[in-house]
Design a protein around this ligand. Structure first.
Ligand code: ZN
Length: 161
């Protein structure tokens, strides 16, 4: 396994076919030498530093790691975990609020449906009353006609003695 160590930046490797995908920490920054095109990997702490290519000996700059941040120290990782925990907590709170709103909305819809039903029922009731009244009216009209036909001399029967 050919591992090339450069000065204090331990962990700089040349990714030969023999070493590729073996012995390289996942956190390492993997990049190509801009001069010789050799695949190199370096400890995240080497991000942005000028180093000497172990293969061609030219001075090259290590690119910033993904996200443009130097690899997280354990303290940062713990902080990130806390942030993630905080975020998932506020996400849960948000979801609970959404759930509440959905419930309120359902209640409003139920109430609205109820009011709509009452409105329709009342409308039907008034409509029925109107029809009944019109039937009563025409019945009264017929009674008046019958009484008139029975002869003008006779008064309609009343409760009077
Ligand atoms: Zn090189």
């Amino acid at each position: 396994m050919s591992v090339v160590l450069i000065g204090k930046y331990e962990g700089l490797h040349v990714n030969d076919d023999t070493t590729a995908a073996s012995g390289i920490p996942e956190t390492d920054i993997i990049f190509d030498c801009e001069y010789c095109g050799k695949s190199l990997s370096i400890d995240p702490r080497g991000a942005g530093l000028m180093i000497t290519c172990p293969d061609c000996g030219k001075r090259i700059q290590v690119p910033e790691g993904e996200g443009g941040e130097v690899g997280p120290a354990p303290a940062d990782a713990a902080e990130q975990d806390a942030t993630v925990a905080e975020l998932s907590e506020s996400l849960e709170t948000s979801q609970a609020k959404v759930q509440e709103l959905v419930q309120t909305l359902e209640e409003i819809n139920t109430r609205r449906d109820y009011l709509e039903k009452v409105r329709v029922e009342n409308f039907e009731r008034y409509d029925r009353i109107a029809r009944e009244l019109s039937i009563i009216q025409s019945a009264l009209d017929r009674i008046v006609t019958v009484l008139q036909d029975a002869g003008g001399n006779h008064n309609p029967p009343t409760a009077e003695e």
